[in-house]
Design a protein around this ligand. Structure first.
Ligand SMILES: Cc1ncc(COP(=O)(O)O)c(C=O)c1O
Length: 459
C-alpha cells in the first residue's frame, strides 16, 4: 500500500478549518476567520506565503520568530534530505551523538565568556524550565524574580514567571516564590536580591510582549547586583536571540554576560522543534553532579539528529548570508521609515525596536469623532485599534502582522532576517496607506470595527 502525503493534502485541502473546529482549538479557528486570517496557504518561500489562488502574502509573523531564515531555506532543506538518506542511528539514547556535540561546540563559540555547557530540549518553555531547574540546583535557593509583561512560555513551570494575568488565570495554584518586578526598577531588585534567597532573575533583554526595551543602564546594573548577591541571571533569548535584534544574542547590546542563555524557535531554521539551555560547566555540573545523577534532567527527543543537523545548517546559513548584520541594517532602515511616518500620522505614538524586532504603539490622536470611535472600540475590547490595523494590513496589503500582546495598542513586526529594501518599502507604504485611512472614522479601517464586534457576538 502506498501512502502519499501530497495526495492526502490535495484530496482534503478544503477541510483544514472544519477539522480544526471539530478536533483541535475551535475558538482559535473562529478568531482567525473573524479577523480575516483564514487563508488557505499552500506554499511558503523566503519572506512570503502563497494561497491556493496564487496570492502572495508578506509574512511579518515568521511563526513568532521561528523563520528568521525565511521559509523553506534551500540549504536547510538539502541538509534534511541528506539526513534522511544517511539512515543515521538516531536517538540511541545510551550514546553520545556526534551532531549534538558539534552543535553544542558551534553554540559555545557564539556565547559570551565561559558559557559552553549545553542542554538540548524541544521548545522555548522547555529551555526555560531547564534554566530554572539548573538555577535552583546550583544555588539551592527557592525564589525566582521576573519582569512585568514577561513571556517565557505556557507550561506549568513557566506560567509562574509569566507577566500576563490572562495567561496565568485559571491554572493555579502556581509554583510559589516567583515574583514580578517592574522593568528599570533597580531599587526593588536590590531589595529582593539582598534577602539572599533568590535563585535566578529571568529576563528577555527586549520583551516580546509589547516590545519593551529597558533603559540602557538597567540590565548591566541588574547583572552586577545578581553577581553581588549570588543570584543567576537568565537571559531568555528564545525570541530575541538568533540575530533577531541585529546581534546574535540581544544581550550583546549591553555586553551582558548572563549565567544561563536560552534559545529555541529559529535555531533549526523552523524545520524541527529544538531548544538549547546554555550555561557554564560549574552550573551545569550542579545538576548533573554525580554519575548516578547523569540523567536527572533529560527529554526523549533532545539531541535528536534532525534538529541538530538543522541547527548546524542554520548557523552556517546565518554566517554565510551575514544575517545578523543584515537584521541590523534592514532594521535601522525599517525603524527609520516607520518613525518618519510618525510625522504624518498622529495615531502613531511610538516606534521602537532593535534590528528586526519592532513595535509600533498607537494612541488616540485626531478629531473628536476619532477619539470617540477609539473609546468605543477600547470599551468593546482593549487593543482593538491595533487589531483593526492588523486586519487592514492583511485585507488590503496581504501583510501578516500581530497585535503585540494582550490588550495593547501595539503592533509587533518580526520579519525574516532575509528581507531587503523592497520589503522595507512595501511595509512602510502599507502602514502609510492604512493609517491615512484610519484617520477617518467613516473609512475602511474603522468599518472593520463594527464587523468585528458583530461577528464576535454572533459566534
Ligand atoms: C521569550 C520567550 N520565551 C519562551 C517562549 C516559549 O517558547 P515555546 O512556545 O517554544 O515554548 C517564547 C514563545 O513565544 C518566548 O517568546
Amino acid at each position: 500500500m502506498e501512502f502519499s502525503i501530497a495526495q492526502l493534502i490535495e484530496s482534503r485541502k478544503s477541510e483544514q478549518y472544519p477539522l480544526h473546529l471539530k478536533y483541535i482549538n475551535a475558538p482559535l479557528a473562529r478568531v482567525q476567520s473573524i479577523i480575516g486570517f483564514d487563508k488557505p496557504y499552500v506554499r511558503g518561500e523566503g519572506a512570503y506565503l502563497w494561497d491556493a489562488d496564487g496570492n502572495r502574502y508578506l509574512d511579518l509573523l515568521t511563526g513568532h520568530s521561528t523563520f528568521n531564515l525565511g521559509r523553506n531555506h534551500p540549504v536547510i532543506r538539502q541538509v534534511m534530505h541528506e539526513m534522511l538518506d544517511l539512515d543515521r542511528p538516531n536517538l540511541v539514547k545510551m550514546d553520545c551523538p556526534l551532531l549534538a556535540g558539534l552543535l553544542a561546540e558551534r553554540l559555545a563559540q557564539k556565547m559570551p565568556a565561559d558559557l559552553e555547557a549545553v542542554f538540548f530540549g524541544n521548545s522555548g518553555a522547555d529551555a526555560i524550565d531547564t534554566a530554572l531547574k539548573f538555577a535552583r540546583a546550583a544555588t539551592r535557593r527557592p525564589r525566582i524574580l521576573y519582569l512585568d509583561h514577561a513571556f517565557h512560555g505556557l507550561t506549568l513551570g513557566t506560567l509562574p514567571i509569566n507577566g500576563g494575568a490572562v495567561f496565568r488565570d485559571g491554572f493555579g495554584p502556581l509554583m510559589p516564590g516567583c515574583e514580578p518586578l517592574e522593568m528599570n526598577d533597580l531599587k526593588t531588585l536590590e531589595r529582593e536580591l539582598s534577602k539572599g534567597d533568590v535563585a535566578a532573575f529571568v529576563v528577555e533583554p527586549i520583551q516580546g510582549k509589547g516590545v519593551y526595551i529597558p533603559q540602557d543602564g538597567y540590565l548591566p546594573e541588574a547583572q552586577r547586583l545578581c553577581n553581588k548577591y549570588g543570584t543567576l541571571l537568565i537571559a531568555d533569548e528564545v525570541q530575541v536571540g538568533m540575530g533577531r535584534t541585529g546581534r546574535f544574542l540581544s544581550c550583546e547590546h549591553w555586553e551582558l554576560k548572563p549565567d544561563i542563555v536560552t534559545l529555541a524557535k529559529s535555531l533549526s531554521g523552523g524545520y524541527i522543534p529544538v531548544s538549547a539551555t546554555i550555561t557554564n560547566r560549574r552550573i551545569h555540573d550542579k545538576t548533573f553532579s554525580r554519575l548516578d545523577r547523569c540523567q536527572v534532567h533529560s527529554t526523549t527527543f533532545g539531541q535528536n539528529d534532525m534538529a541538530m543537523a538543522a541547527g548546524l545548517a542554520t548557523l552556517y546559513v546565518m554566517d554565510e548570508e551575514k544575517l545578523v548584520e543584515r537584521a541590523a541594517t534592514m532594521g535601522d532602515m525599517l525603524i527609520k521609515g516607520l518613525s518618519d511616518l510618525k510625522k504624518r500620522h498622529a495615531l502613531i505614538q511610538d516606534v521602537r525596536g532593535k534590528g528586526l524586532m519592532i513595535g509600533i504603539e498607537f494612541s488616540p490622536q485626531g478629531s473628536l469623532g476619532l477619539k470617540a470611535a477609539w473609546t468605543a472600540a477600547e470599551t468593546a475590547q482593549k487593543g482593538l485599534f491595533a487589531q483593526l490595523v492588523v486586519m487592514a494590513l492583511m485585507r488590503d496589503h496581504r501583510i501578516l502582522t500581530q497585535v503585540g500582546g494582550p490588550g495593547v495598542n501595539i503592533i509587533k513586526l518580526l520579519p525574516p532576517l532575509i528581507i531587503g529594501e523592497q520589503e522595507v518599502d512595501l511595509i512602510i507604504s502599507a502602514f502609510d496607506k492604512v493609517l491615512a485611512e484610519a484617520a477617518h472614522v467613516s473609512g475602511r479601517v474603522w468599518s472593520l470595527s463594527g464587523q468585528l464586534i458583530k461577528q464576535a457576538l454572533s459566534q
